[in-house]
Design a binder for this molecule. Structure first.
Ligand code: AKG
Length: 224
C-alpha cells in the first residue's frame, strides 16, 4: 500500500522546470527499472565496456557505455576508437518506443512524438563519489529533445540556462524511476550532477548502490 499510495504522489508532482524541460517523477515502475538495470549490466561488458571518458586528459568520475553511436569528447562515431575500436551495440527498438512514450508523457504533441527517433544513448554509472560538471549536450547535429532516465540512488541534478554554467539554475532531485526531458528552448541548457545521495536506491530497482542514468539523443549523424 505504501508504494501504491506513497507520499511521493503529493510531494513530487510533474513539473516544468524551464520552458521545454519537464520532470516526471516515478515514471518507470520498479519492474521496468529492474529490467533496464539488467540490460545495463549486459551493455557494460561490451563489445565496448563501461569506461570513464577522458576530458582534457582527465578521466571523468562517471563511467559510460553507449548504444547506437559511441560518444567521446566531443564527437560521435560508430566505433569506440578511444576504447577498443569495436562497434557499439545497436540502439534497441524498445528504447525508441520508450523515448516516444517519454516525450508524450512529458507533454509533447503527437507530431513531435511520432517524429522522435533517438539513435544514441549514453548510459552512465555514478558511484557514491561521482559527479558530472555543468555542460551542454551539443555534439548532436539536430535539436531533438534529450530524454533522461534515472535508476538507483537519487542525485542532485542541476538544470541551468543556455548562456553559461552559473546561475540562474534550478536543483532538482532525480530519484529512481524519474524521467527528465529537455527540448525546445531548454535543449541547450547547461546541466550537471553535483552529487549522489548514497543509500537512497529503492529495494527492487535492480541496483543496490550507485546510480544509472540513460540519456537518449538524436545525433543526426545519418544525415551527415
Ligand atoms: O546523469 C544525469 O542525470 C545527466 C547526464 C548527462 O548530463 C549526460 O550524460 O550528458
Amino acid at each position: 500500500m505504501e508504494t501504491l499510495f506513497g507520499d511521493d504522489l503529493i510531494g513530487r508532482p510533474r513539473r516544468e522546470i524551464a520552458p521545454g524541460a519537464v520532470h516526471v517523477p516515478n515514471w518507470l515502475t520498479l519492474e521496468q527499472q529492474q529490467w533496464i538495470a539488467a540490460r545495463f549490466g549486459e551493455w557494460a561488458v561490451g563489445p565496448v565496456p563501461l569506461r570513464s571518458a577522458k576530458v582534457g586528459g582527465h578521466e571523468m568520475s562517471v563511467q559510460t557505455v553507449c548504444l547506437g553511436w559511441h560518444w567521446r569528447p566531443y564527437e560521435y562515431s560508430r566505433n569506440a576508437v578511444d576504447v577498443n575500436g569495436h562497434r557499439v551495440l545497436d540502439f534497441p527498438d524498445w528504447m525508441v518506443r520508450l523515448g516516444r512514450k517519454a516525450l508524450a508523457d512529458a507533454g509533447a504533441d503527437s507530431h513531435a512524438v511520432d517524429r522522435y527517433t533517438p539513435d544514441a544513448a549514453l548510459a552512465n554509472y555514478y558511484d557514491a563519489g561521482a559527479r558530472m560538471g555543468m555542460h551542454q549536450d551539443k555534439d548532436e547535429r539536430v535539436n531533438a529533445p534529450v530524454v533522461s532516465l534515472s535508476i538507483g540512488d537519487s542525485c542532485q541534478f542541476r538544470f541551468g540556462n543556455t548562456e553559461n554554467r552559473s546561475r540562474p539554475y534550478r536543483d532538482v532531485t532525480l530519484a529512481s524511476g524519474d524521467l527528465f526531458v529537455f527540448g525546445g528552448a531548454s535543449r541547450f541548457a547547461y546541466h550537471g550532477v553535483p552529487r549522489i545521495y548514497p543509500g537512497t536506491a529503492p529495494d527492487g530497482c535492480g541496483l543496490a548502490s550507485g546510480r544509472i542514468n540513460i540519456t537518449m539523443r538524436s545525433t543526426g549523424m545519418d544525415r551527415a
